[in-house]
Every structure is written in C-alpha cells, then in structure tokens.
Write a protein that binds this ligand. Sequence first.
Ligand SMILES: C[S@@+](CC[C@H](N)C(=O)[O-])C[C@H]1O[C@@H](n2cnc3c(N)ncnc32)[C@H](O)[C@@H]1O
Length: 357
Amino acid sequence: MCSRRRWLAALTTPLWPCPAAPARPLAYLDLPASAGSIARDLGLSPSSWPSYIASQNATLATRITAGTAEAITYYALQSSRFTLLPPLEPLALARRAILSPDAAVEARLAAFTASLSQSLGTRHALLVDLHRQLPPSWSLAACYRHTLHFLSERLNQAKEQSELDALYQRRGLSSDTATANTATLDATWPHLPPTLRNALLIGPGLDLTRREKFSDDAPLAQPQVDRLLALLGPNTRLDCLDVRPEVLAFLRQSKRCAIAADITTQIPAVATYDLAVATNVLVYCDDRSLFTALACLAISLKPSGYLVHNDSRFAAKLFGKALDLPVVHFAPVSLGGRHAVEQMDRIVIHRRPVGPK
Ligand SMILES: C[S@@+](CC[C@H](N)C(=O)[O-])C[C@H]1O[C@@H](n2cnc3c(N)ncnc32)[C@H](O)[C@@H]1O
C-alpha cells in the first residue's frame, strides 16, 4: 500500500515544480499604452473586454470538445487495440462521402464502446478518459458526423490558403504534432544566447491519433518536449502549458510541470521566462486572439527574454512592436521532404527590450 502511494506521488510530482501562483487572467489594464490604438482597431476596450474574454472561453470550450470528438473518431475507426474489425481510414470515408455512420462504421463504434471498461494501454486509457469528458449530447455517432463533416469540408471546399486558415481557426482543437516540427527549434537555436534558465513550451501537443495511417505501434510522443530538453540541457527548467486534457495528463504522467491555461487570455507567470516557444499554436488564432496571446506572452517573459513561433502574419510583427515585444529575426526553415515535396516552415523570433522603457 505504502509503495503504491509512493508510486502515485511520483506520477503526479513534476520533475520541476510549476510556478507557485496559478495562471492569472489577462486584464485590459495589462496592455501597454502603446497597444491602445491596435486594441481599439480590434474592437477591444475596457467595456468590451469582459465579453471578449467570455466569448474566447466559450469558443475554446467548444473547440476542445470538437477536437476530442475528432480524436476519438480517428481512434475508434482505425485502432486494432480493441477489435479485429478492419481499420477504416477517416480520410477515405470522407472521399466516399460517408458522412453518417454506415454498418461498418457502426460496428467499429460499437466495438470501441464495448472496450471502454478494458485496460488496453496508455493510449487507450487516454482516449477512454477523453470519452468520459464528452458532454452527453456527443454520442459516438455525433462525434463521427462532426469529424467527417470537417474532413469533407477540408477536402472539398477549402482551396485558398485564407479559407484553410479560417477553417483551422474554427475547427476542433487538435494535439497533432510531428517529429519534423522540431527542425524549427534547431533552426532557432543559433539565434539564442547559451544561458536560458527558465523556458516555457506552449502547446507541446501529443501524437495520440491521426486522420490517416494510424498505427497503435507508434509511440505516444511529444517530440518538441524531447528536443527542447536536449537543447536546453539539464540545468534549465522547462514548463509546459496546454489546454487539451490528454496533453496535460500525459505531461503529468511524465512528471513535467503542466500548466493548464489558455495562452490567449491567461498569463502563466509574470516576468519569469527567458524563452517561450509557441509553434503551430498562434497560427490557429484569429487576429484578436493573436494580439491577446502576444500580450500574455510579453508579460510572462523576463526583460531580454525571447519568444519563438512560426506565424508569418504581418500582424504578429505589428502587434509585437505595440506590445513591447518586437520581432528581431524572421527566416524560412525546411522541414524536409514529404511525398517528394519539400515542406517549408518559418521561424519568427521576438525579444523583450533589456530593461524597462
Ligand atoms: C497542433 S498542436 C502543435 C504541437 C506542437 N507545438 C508542434 O508544433 O508540433 C497545438 C497544441 O497547442 C495547444 N493549444 C492550442 N491553442 C491553445 C491555447 N489557446 N492555449 C494553450 N494551448 C493551446 C493544443 O492543445 C495542442 O497541444
């Protein structure tokens, strides 16, 4: 019993303690005077602030539920952990316009339901937990219909980059990540000083499910966490921040500091970090929430601290300047080849001024 308690304690104790104070909400008064006119252009004022925060909270909750529905659908259709039924690829179903469950889909959804009380490994346990957190109106059939609707919209309607961006800004919040994304971190490193004591990774993600070619054998991975730890070395503390429940659960199981906060409305800690990394997170924000996310990040960084992301919008440069977090470096990065086509990303580095203005 005693050793079980010790084991449980080890599982929930982070390797580095999280900041003592919880994340606090961003207030309108936190915005520097230099950002006032941009805030007004974006419709933000002391009087509209409460409704902005309320709508952000509501949108985030909806997008988390939608992302959960998508992850469960991808797993229920493809995993071999709980059934011998052949896998069904969600993208292929979308191409065939099977937007409501047919007999083959229903059989897989039923097999997943029958497995909910079984112990079938960490990935299955995380998905069962996600399923428990779904509101009652989200049956598995509803999850399927939502997911196929998104995939079919992605396949059929979104052709222009701006349409795609808009689709991804309102879609379910996914925790998708990929090892190739760590190339962005490697490309950033020569531009950072060697002494970074405290770092914050926003949105580490977790390779939990995929919409195609899913395999139960793929390890549950957080490639950005692993690469950042290697780059930072043993003497730097790394805090991770996310909103998705499975990402936070996995971080805690790995004994990492996991801060549950929305970076668009909450400040994880004031003047604490030498480095904040937010790749493939800000790109899913609309202009207004990009502005408030940069405000939260500016407050979280120490003087002379760095923010790294991959959002190439001009707005990031404009907002950074107004929020006392100007861009100091911008460059394209190759993520290597996929289907014989070179995948490109970019790095955007902002830096807080060395001292107060
Ligand atoms: C697409 S994944 C990117 C994973 C990883 N950063 C990468 O580049 O491979 C986005 C991650 O950011 C998290 N995220 C999205 N919006 C967020 C927000 N407003 N606040 C905190 N985390 C957020 C998601 O839950 C998810 O873990």
